[in-house]
Design a protein around this ligand. Sequence first.
Ligand SMILES: [Fe+2]
Length: 300
Amino acid sequence: MTSNEIAELFPAEISGEWIVVASAADLQPGTTLIVRIAERNLRLQRSMDGHLSAQLSAASDRPEPRIHLQTAYSFIWFCFGAPNKPLFLLPEYAQTDGRIVECGSFGVRTSPLRAVENFLDMGHFPYVHTDILGAEPRTEVNAYRIELRETVDELWAIDCRFHQPKAAAGAATAQETDYTYRVVSPFNVILYKSPPAPHTGNDVICLFIQPLAEQQLRAHLLMVLKDDTSTMSGMIAFQQLIFGQDKPILENHIPLLLPLIGQSEKPARADAMSMAYRRWLLAKNWTYGTQRFAQNSKAA
Ligand SMILES: [Fe+2]
């Protein structure tokens, strides 16, 4: 298959990427589901013996051999063409003292990259998630470290810390929360944060982005929480409240596409991870979901 043939089906950046397309619970054995990826419909099928297959709706009824599918971490994952790398590892999903919380998915009208970038930004906590993930006057984002882990091509932010009035559904008091961000691919990001006392280790919050178009996405949220008191609906409601606060902010960004070059958004220390994310995308020659005219304006 030539690169031109791939480009006819999906944007170049999409091919080779593992992309979430549905909750595994939405595709029971013997059923079919139509999902959307980058302005294309895909028909997913799970046979009675559990085997997954997919056809591009516009093509024949035969399974599309260039599509790879797998079920992992409560979701169905799609990759068109040869994978750039294996699906990321999430060993915490199998840990026995963590509760798996599937928080559902949300449609958002913005660039898939904006959703990831917003997830990486601690600076908005006091203003958008007031009295939950942050509160004035404790608004400062302290310096943290950024690592590009080249062997797995993941971008990490470590030693992040933020004062949080209510860090999780099960939090009874305010706490200083340690954060570690792990961007495993341009559309998938995992957050490790210290759980409310008396628990140790990490709560895990995953944001998996299904790109529907360059300015339209579905955000799938999964958590693995150290919490033995909250109800499942209470933990889901907490995260849905947080995301419900982010959604209007995301949809009112100007521009919706993510600028990779140019001075339309000035970097600040609080934005260090955002800047690293943009540089990482730029190094990949990534354009899907980005504001490409910014490159033109720089050249002009
Ligand atoms: Fe937020």
